[in-house]
Design a protein around this ligand. Sequence first.
Ligand code: COA
Ligand code: AMP
Length: 623
Amino acid sequence: MPGYREMFDASIDDPCAFWARAAEAVTWTRAPRRILDDSNPPFYRWFPDGELNTCANALDRHVDGGRGDQAALIYDSPLTGTKRTYTYRQLLDETARFAGVLRGLGVEKGDRVVVYLPMVPEALIAMLACARLGAVHSVVFGGFAAHELAARIDDARPAVLVTASCGIEPTRIVDYKMIVDGALHLADHDTPACVVLQREQHPCHLTPGRDVSWTEAMADAEPVDPVPVAATDPLYVLYTSGTTGKPKGIVRDNGGHAVALLWTMKHIYDTEPGDVYWAASDVGWVVGHSYIVYGPLLLGATTVLYEGKPVGTPDAGAFWRVAAEHGVKALFSAPTAVRAIKKVDPDGALLADYDLSALKYLFQAGERLDPSTYHWAAEKLGIPVVDHWWQTETGWSIAAAPMGVEAMAVKPGSATVPMPGYDVRVLRPDGTECDPGEEGSICVKLPLPPGTLPTLWGDDERYVASYLSAFPGYYLSGDGGYLDEDGYLFVMGRTDDVINVAGHRLSTGSIEAVLATHPAVAECAVIGAADELKGQVPRGFVVLKSGASADGLVDELVLAVRENIGAVAALKRVDVVAALPKTRSGKILRKTMRGIADGREEPVPSTIEDAGVLDALAPILRS
Ligand code: COA
Ligand code: AMP
């Protein structure tokens, strides 16, 4: 196999040859003859005349190829005390029958299905069943509240919603059904049917005429065969936070996605069919889509679905227990999870209780892997700890160390090097390229490689405006950073108003929108402030309307954010202030506020309207 440099250069010099070769790993119902349609820039489509079914690639072909009795999915749930293994044959059987349930409810190719489920096997089964029908799933993370779910329902306009009676958090039961009922009430779109998984921990009432029980529907469901779809047809829409309160519907196509994920499993994660792979994320995030569900199953590996936390379920040895018990070869988590373990078990004493000889790699993403967490994990585990950088938009790594290609030297704090097809450039505001070591906007020269977003759901204009307009010919990642002399990429943080709280991506704009609706609030700002455990946490600042009282206000605002966005927003602190610092044109100086809150020396912008406002706010920001 060629080394990294040769491989990367080949992908940039002749992308069609590179991805045509990678596409041979997919089972097509009609193999693509055209590799890239670049006739309509800035829109690019991969494998435009190819046809396949993603579910058949993830399940049927492994059963047909002799893996029917191999474990496909290991469900390990310390929160319910359950462990269950599904072979490929069992997972195929359940999926084909659930596809029958969906079809019975009228779901056809191209229809959308919203999936609002906790970390249970039925979440994977529902996603794969949609793929089997050529329907488009849209999974919504369980930590989001009714209002956020309603916004996604109105954008995706589903034919069916699949949910459960409850989710289980360490300290409480989350009443999913109540949230769903609230969301369906708030939404303008009328969702005709809901499939509800009753969980014994908290069964729920089913709404007659709309809700059907998962178990009852499955009892007499007929299995259905995979429906071939165009490579360019959408497999899913996954909503993510943008800079405004309105979430962006990231579209993933079928063909490019299958090709790219299969390529990553071997080349980045060094994983082979039959290996055990565990992404300790949630199916509601892109990491869950790509590496709990599709990547490992497309390859014929065994995926682990963990319904628990890194600490407290029952202790900080939980990750090591799961890895040892199931023989995990590659573990993938967010750095915040490692920080949580390190905080409780700083010496890594609990590692000694487990045989981790099968564990070869720890992959990290979702936020920057800070050097101190890197050193701790590398020292305690004694295996490669690999930071890699990507986004919901790209679906797989823009930068990584390709462990299946070459063991590259790691530089703590760097996500290592650009992956094939990603022609990464760091640009100055005027569009010229930064010198090595100089920070700028991290961009990728078009076209992006297969598997990345072709557009936003139903909104080509917003796609172009959000990502392709700042620097024509380039994709704007929204992250800032630099390339060093050796071509290593250092991703230093967002350049916009997106924040990252415990690996969860949130928009300060949507939190501000909630604060602003309180009758006592005249204006407000939300910034992401550095936090030792969660990476960042939101902090709110509100200015009162004249005559309004601050009594009880902070509690009301915290509750409003929890009820409107969800507990994951984790807004705990709001300060009532006399005024917010602004430019003369009225723009709130959030970046300056963030810098001061993080303890940096921030220059006062020359455009500031009243420097005294910033002086008065600085001690509050630093406190
Ligand atoms: N459904 C409902 N509520 C959820 C939820 C879900 N799926 N996930 C989290 N929440 C709730 C939590 O119960 C908590 O509620 P609380 O305020 O009542 O306690 C709140 O959202 C905040 O949760 P979280 O951000 O998880 O913080 P925490 O303090 O409970 O735990 C960590 C901290 C670091 C242990 C935890 O954030 C973690 O495991 N992070 C890893 C995240 C991850 O894997 N992200 C994927 C990116 S790769
Ligand atoms: P999401 O779309 O939820 O996966 O969040 C993507 C954002 O998380 C990126 O734009 C980055 O800001 C951040 N991120 C993810 N992985 C990394 C990483 N390895 N290093 C730095 N930032 C990261």
